[in-house]
Design a protein around this ligand. Structure first.
Ligand code: UD1
Length: 421
């Protein structure tokens, strides 16, 4: 349980370096077990999702050395196929171990994965694809038991461009017999990072970043190599929101600008400058509303930024509409924002949010986090409010994705204190 005490009303200004991407490092950690050599991963964020994934790797038999943001992983002696229930339930991303463990050990026993509660999060696309590649999958009570002889390449046409399913198929296909083609693959930058990592390991993966990915199975993977995890585009965008909502200015000095939804920052009236891997943003005096914003698969607006923009548009000069198209229960922050006087209506199907921007938000000592990005959304709106807000992050959602949000924002002139229990 962590409580955040935020005295808002201060401009978020300054320069910041962004940590490595959570959604990149987690599948890459699962990919490490395909390799018999020693892997040095740099820029690994020190977040609780990484802590939990490392526990899974250790229980599987991997040797790990961790020195701050550097990890050295050796999976030569991996000898287990069991992902324990308590760890699988912690994170949705544990599901990508199915592809890599099946490939490595021909067997996986895993519990249905957990993660942030954003509504239904079925795994049918993962299961159907692995069955098509030759896996035999049984559901016994809450366990999923998968076995195979040798996975075989095939054509998989995803009915939805799922990030996790695309990653799982790539991992399963690296050591399979023959070629696997994924049609309607997810195009997120984290998929490109996974491909770059696998190619460095000696795998043959092509097409990441487009909607068709080809994987040519190889006999084995055994390399010693180094890889640096890409910076976190969601955190970079969240800190841009922090400056925008407080009339500040910020320089992000290590990000791929094309990964950020900068057009939406321009729409609200920010001045944005790009130079190589740096982005500078200066907030407007008044935030303009956005007529209509819908979340979508990449390169659409990321669902993982919806809560942060909900906070931002709550203080805009007029009416905005947000439609959440990816997750059917990513709306709970609305109830928290209402506690501080935000004017937001929600459609009956809970997908459309109509936001009338107001300037007189009041503080609250009882804001409650419902998921990681929603928690960050509450931090951001608290930075705007003159007065002290208290955010109760009972399940420590924010630490799942942020190394140290308090360190980062205080460096940018915020006034945040933290109480860990
Ligand atoms: C990943 C990200 C998460 C992000 C999400 C969407 C990681 C660790 N997590 O999650 O932060 O919010 O992408 O960008 O990278 N679906 C199915 N069947 C399936 C799989 C998914 O119906 O088998 C549906 C889900 O219910 C959801 C949608 O597809 O409605 C998106 O899910 P997906 O792209 O798979 O997201 P994740 O990989 O879980």
């Amino acid at each position: 349980m962590t409580k955040y005490f935020i005295k808002g009303g201060k401009k978020i200004c300054g320069e910041i370096k962004i940590q490595g991407a959570k959604n990149s490092v987690l599948p890459i950690l699962a990919a490490c077990i395909l390799n018999y050599g020693e892997i040095t991963l740099k820029n690994c964020p020190e977040i609780s999702d990484v802590d939990n994934t490392l526990k899974i790797l250790e229980l599987l038999g991997c040797k790990i050395i961790r020195e701050k943001n550097i990890l050295i992983i050796n999976s030569r002696n991996l000898d287990s196929s069991n992902i324990p229930e308590n760890l699988a339930c912690e994170m949705r991303s544990s599901i990508v171990f199915m592809g890599s463990l099946l490939s490595r050990n021909k067997k996986v026993i895993i519990t249905k994965p957990g993660g942030c509660k954003l509504g239904d999060r079925p795994i049918d696309l993962h299961i159907d694809a692995l069955i098509k590649m030759g896996a035999n999958i049984k559901f016994i009570e809450n366990k999923i038991i998968c076995v195979c002889d040798k996975l075989k390449g095939c054509v998989i046409n995803l009915k939805f461009a799922s990030v996790g399913a695309t990653q799982n198929i790539i991992l399963a296909a690296c050591l399979a017999n023959g070629m696997t083609k994924i049609i309607n693959a997810a195009r997120e930058p984290e998929i490109i990072d996974l491909q770059n990592f696998l190619v460095k390991m000696g795998a043959k993966v092509y097409g990441a970043g487009t909607n068709e990915i080809y994987i040519f199975g190889v006999k084995n993977l055994s390399k010693n190599f180094e890889y640096k995890i890409m910076p976190d585009r969601i955190i970079a965008s969240s800190y841009l929101v922090a400056s925008a909502i407080t009339k500040g200015d910020i320089l992000i000095n290590n990000i791929t600008p094309a990964h950020l939804p900068l057009n939406y920052f321009l729409k609200i009236g920010c001045m944005v400058k790009i130079h190589k891997n740096k982005v500078f943003l200066q907030a407007p005096e008044n935030i303009k509303p956005i007529d209509y914003l819908e979340t979508d698969v990449y390169p659409g607006f990321p669902t993982d930024l919806q809560s942060q923009f909900l906070s931002l548009l709550s203080v805009a000069n007029g009416k905005s509409i947000i439609k959440e198209k990816i997750f059917n229960e990513r709306y709970k922050n609305i109830f928290e924002l209402k506690k501080i006087n935000a004017d937001i209506k929600i459609s009956e199907d809970k997908k459309k949010f109509i936001i009338n921007g107001v300037k007189n938000l009041k503080s609250s000592n009882n804001l409650i986090t419902h998921d990681l990005r929603g928690g960050v959304g509450l931090v951001l709106v608290s930075l705007f409010i003159k007065g002290e807000c208290v955010i109760n992050d009972e399940k420590d959602f924010i630490k799942r994705g942020h190394e140290n949000i308090v360190r980062d924002l205080n460096k940018l002139s915020a006034d945040i204190k933290i109480l860990d229990k």
